[in-house]
Design a protein around this ligand. Structure first.
Ligand SMILES: [Zn+2]
Length: 480
């Protein structure tokens, strides 16, 4: 009683208000699901399957279409009679809204406002899922994660180029040339405020493969929701496990621009790992070490790039540009400078001091005397052309990646030895499918994630049953 009185003194409101949100008894949380897939991926079918699956968990769904619900409300896309014109005008108006508001997440804000509207006067709806179809800019994902925190999940849907092209030409009756135009435009537009579906896709919590097999598609979606609703017996596939290890390897990188990780596997064993960082004498990359005198954990002087205060690649690119400008007559210099800076020179990666993650994984294996021949390589990012040729030479048979890397010329330079076709005899580069590194820890750990702990057996040691009808969302989004 005394403690309760003390709490009351500390608090301006009753301690009972909202307490059930905190003690795991709340079980009717809302769920917000974003979809991302390059144009020509039938995301309506995915939304339909999600709706069907969620009904088993006693959830109802509400679909929010970014094009017709948000862009049409916030802006005024030109009306068009044909499908190509219709899609293009929505793309155009979406870009205008981002540009004019100077906020690349404006359409996500629109979706959040729509959710608020659908709630009416209530704070949060019980057992309601909102499906946002679809997201096209990384800022939209960041914004929704900020607003809904653990209640937001992004599902990335992969469909190969032929399937997407077929969908646009056959199902949507768009002429071939216009379909190709839409696919290219959607993936990666030049301006920041444009559509960057490729860069948005890899932020996903789950990666689904739309491979034309409807049973496979359905089962992939079922597994996602089984996991979200705490089914205790969903455990990682080897691909998911290896990719999480690659991601975890990336975290040790102190590179100034990006963190990349890779793992080399053979017969479903992790053979070695790699990250992108500066090599040190006698093998491997730098680690921070305890200083014997100060007891501080520090990096070697002049070792890693940040200790030198610069990225050597960026410095060398600047020197190249300066050397070109030097021979240009004075009157043209100012005009040509931004053009040269914006040219392909910016894509040069040649002069970096860091060993790439893929290469470090191969080299770690060789330092230990383990053959790389016939092994698989999991990389958080699509390999660059420099790594690609060494991957081919090392005898790797399959590379799995998450994030695209537009600067890579791997497929152009090595079309004779690298293929995206899974059935090819060449070295196969395959997109990652499954639970992404982002959600791996939270959903597969039985007791260290942000959701409730998962129990697998009863007190007398019997494996517990799990049913959709009384399952509860693992991480409840607190309405307060
Ligand atoms: Zn590389």
């Amino acid at each position: 009683m005394e403690v309760e009185a003390a709490f009351a003194e500390l608090s301006t409101s009753s301690t009972e208000t909202g307490a059930y949100f905190l003690d795991d008894s709340y079980s009717d949380s809302e769920l917000v699901i974003g979809l991302v897939g390059t144009i020509g991926t039938n995301l309506n079918e995915i939304a339909r399957l999600i709706n069907e699956r969620l009904s088993k968990f006693n959830y109802t769904t509400e679909s929010i279409k970014i094009s017709t619900d948000i862009i049409s409300t916030l802006g005024s896309p030109l009306s068009s009679t044909d499908e190509f014109g219709r899609i293009s005008s929505f793309m155009e108006e979406g870009n205008n809204l981002r540009k004019n508001s100077k906020d690349n997440s404006i359409l996500a804000l629109g979706a959040a406002a729509r959710i608020n509207f659908l709630r009416g006067k209530q704070e949060a709806l019980r057992r309601k899922a909102f499906i946002i179809n679809s997201l096209k800019n990384p800022a939209e994902v960041q914004r929704l994660r900020k607003i809904y925190s653990n209640g937001f999940f992004l599902i990335g849907v992969h469909a190969d180029h032929t399937r997407r092209h077929d969908y646009l030409t056959k199902e949507k009756s768009i002429p071939e040339e216009q379909a190709s135009k839409l696919i290219d435009r959607d993936a990666d537009e030049r301006d920041d405020y444009g559509q960057h579906t490729k860069d948005t896709y890899h932020l996903s919590d789950f990666f689904i493969d739309y491979n034309g097999n409807s049973d496979s598609l359905k089962k992939q979606i079922w597994r996602v929701f089984d996991l979200l609703f705490g089914k205790p017996y969903v455990t990682p596939t080897f691909d998911e496990y290896a990719m999480f290890m690659a991601f975890s390897a990336s975290l040790r990188s102190a590179d100034l621009s990006r963190q990349v990780g890779a793992v080399l596997t053979k017969d479903r064993c992790i053979v070695s790992t790699g990250a992108n960082d500066v090599p040190k004498a006698h093998g491997g990359l730098y680690w921070p070490e305890v200083d014997d005198v100060t007891q501080e954990i520090v990096d070697a002087k002049d070792g890693r790039d940040y200790m030198r205060g610069e990225d050597s690649n960026a410095t060398q690119k600047k020197l190249i540009i300066d050397s070109i400008l030097e021979v240009i007559p004075e009157e043209y210099k100012e005009k040509l400078k931004p053009l040269i800076k914006g040219s392909k020179i910016k894509d040069i990666t040649e002069y970096g001091r860091v060993v790439h993650a893929e290469m470090e994984a191969l080299l770690s294996s060789s330092r230990l005397g383990i053959s790389t021949s016939g092994s698989d390589l999991y990389c958080t990012t699509f390999p660059c052309h420099n790594c690609a040729k060494h991957i081919v030479a090392a005898g790797i048979k399959r590379v799995v990646y998450v994030e695209p890397y537009p600067k890579s010329k791997a497929l152009d330079f090595h079309s004779d030895s690298i293929s995206l076709n899974q059935r090819s005899n060449n070295v196969v580069f395959a997109p990652f499918i499954g639970v992404g590194p982002r959600s791996f820890f939270n959903l597969f750990s039985t007791n260290l994630g942000s959701g409730y702990p998962v129990t697998r057996k009863s007190e007398d040691g019997q494996a517990l049953d799990w049913n959709e009808s009384d399952a509860k969302l693992r991480t409840q989004m607190l309405p307060c």
